[in-house]
Design a protein around this ligand. Structure first.
Ligand code: NDP
Length: 251
């Protein structure tokens, strides 16, 4: 049964659009006070307006270790604690490996791996502390991976690399902290209707998106719902991994 998150604090990275935006709203409606981080301040302000006076806006580039740490520290300074972190910020720049623009690889590694690592590293001491205290005596680090973290595909090599890395890191960290009641969970969405694919180069986009032609995609709220399910379980229940595809998505 779902528990309320009243008295707890959540930080969502990549909250200015898509899955992060929907997750911030969902966690707020479950009772958490929510800090929202991303680079586009106007989007975060609009989201905070929907959440209400309790929301904390953090204009943050998580690829900077300093900024990721500052986002965590400002959340704790403002709200006094940190119980739930959704490390969601990510970018998907698909395309063949041969002749790839290497700056796209840098952007994916910097955000999907290093940004997530910086966020987790800064948050963990606070999550460990929250897990020892009321009201819930459990804390959550949710890592947003992808079906691409399970299945590698021609044309998705470096995105696959980053998301497989998230899964490996998450499982190792889960084993490290689970006895201390910090739950590390992996969420692996299939195709979700967000801005994610808009960053793919035009010449690659049409081809790579063909496999989703006619497929009814998930909505960001579907993933937010799954994340809310994970973090509202009783402290004895750790949902380690959730793979969610659109019903019509085959692979
Ligand atoms: P969006 O592009 O809508 O959201 C990405 C978010 O990441 C935005 O809020 C963006 O905000 C933020 N972001 C980008 N760069 C940075 C940065 N340097 N620092 C902080 N925040 C940053 O896509 P989704 O909501 O779909 O993606 C969210 C996660 O879900 C990603 O990790 C993605 O890999 C994963 N995913 C998505 C799937 C899909 O089909 N949509 C499928 C599987 C996984 P801003 O630009 O304002 O910084």
């Amino acid at each position: 049964m779902a528990e309320r998150l009243d008295g707890t604090v959540a930080l969502v990275t990549g909250a200015s659009s898509g899955i992060g935006y929907a997750t911030a709203l969902e966690l707020a409606s479950a009772g958490a006070r929510v800090a929202v981080a991303a680079r586009r301040r106007d989007r975060l302000d609009e989201l905070a307006g929907r959440i209400g006076t309790e929301a904390l806006v953090l204009e943050t580039d998580v690829t900077s270790q300093h900024e990721a740490e500052a986002a965590v520290e400002q959340t704790v300074a403002h709200f006094g604690r940190l119980d739930t972190v959704v490390a969601n910020a990510g970018v998907m720049l698909l395309g063949p490996v041969v002749d790839a623009p290497v700056d796209e690889w840098d952007r994916m590694v910097d955000l999907n791996l290093k940004g997530l690592l910086y966020t987790a590293h800064a948050a963990l001491p606070h999550l460990l502390s929250a897990a020892e205290s009321e009201p819930r005596r459990v804390a959550d680090l949710v890592l947003v991976s992808s079906v691409a973290g399970r299945v590698a595909r021609n044309g998705s090599g470096v995105y696959n690399l980053t998301k497989h890395g998230v899964g490996a890191f998450g499982e190792a960290l889960r084993q490290e902290v689970t006895k201390r009641h910090v739950r590390v969970s992996l969420v692996e969405p299939g195709a979700v209707d967000t801005e994610l694919s808009s960053h793919v180069r035009q010449e690659v986009r049409e081809q790579s998106m063909q496999r989703f032609a006619g497929v009814e995609r998930l909505e960001a709220e579907d993933i937010a719902d799954a994340i809310a399910y994970i973090v509202t379980r009783h402290r004895r229940v750790a949902v380690n991994e959730v793979l969610i595809r659109p019903t019509e998505q085959e692979g």
